[in-house]
Design a binder for this molecule. Structure first.
Ligand SMILES: [Zn+2]
Length: 205
């Protein structure tokens, strides 16, 4: 099974990716990770990608697609893969269609207000990086390690709203693209992680 995983910040995509990998055994291909490893190993394509990043420019689609193509050609992807962070645009989706056949696109859906609540309620530990939600702290603003929890600037309502809106505007055309092609599986993300996962597994058949 070749799968693409989509979900807004705060939708719990990372957790579902880990569950999927555990159940189906295919590799989790995160474009962020393959960029980092190509740059670190100074591969030809990694050096090229870095030259754009160093100039503060966006890495062009051809380069990103090539990096994904090389990764998907590796042996461990033969029986399927879980693609995360790519494609981000319809152009990239069309380029990907020439590289691989995608079976399903899983979209973890959560209403805007719920995402906002999840992300603005986040409290993190500056010492050990543990993350909590105010709903479960019972007014006790202290980490298990003993440090005082903080509300990061990134987690204010204004910043979070902006981040969600950018994601939604960017991703909607992609969702429409895969819907038209009969590949889209929408999953209700506003449930426990176990329930979300059960719904994904049921819909994958
Ligand atoms: Zn801590």
């Amino acid at each position: 099974m070749n799968i693409i995983l989509l979900g807004a910040p705060g939708a719990g995509k990372g957790t579902q990716a880990a569950y999927l990998v555990q159940k189906y055994g295919f590799p989790h291909i995160s474009t962020g990770d393959i960029f980092r490893s190509n740059i670190k190993q100074r591969t030809e394509i990694g050096v090229l990608a870095k030259s754009f990043i160093d100039k503060g420019q966006l890495v062009p689609d051809e380069v990103t697609c090539k990096i994904v193509e090389l990764r998907l050609a590796e042996d461990d992807c033969k029986n399927g893969f879980l693609l995360d962070g790519f494609p981000r645009t319809v152009n990239q989706a069309e380029a990907l269609s020439k590289i691989a056949d995608i079976d399903y696109v899983i979209d973890i859906e959560i209403p805007f207000a719920r995402l906002l609540h999840r992300l603005t309620g986040r409290r993190v530990c500056p010492k050990c990086n543990a993350s909590y939600h105010v709903d479960f702290l019972n007014g006790n603003n202290v980490c298990e390690c003993g440090a005082e929890l903080i509300h990061r600037d990134d987690d204010t309502e204004e910043t979070v709203s902006k981040r969600i809106n950018v994601y939604t505007n960017q991703t909607q055309p992609l969702i429409d693209y895969y819907k038209q092609r009969g590949k889209l599986i929408s999953v209700n993300g506003d449930q426990s992680v176990e329930e979300v996962f059960a719904e994904i597994v049921a819909k994958l058949g």
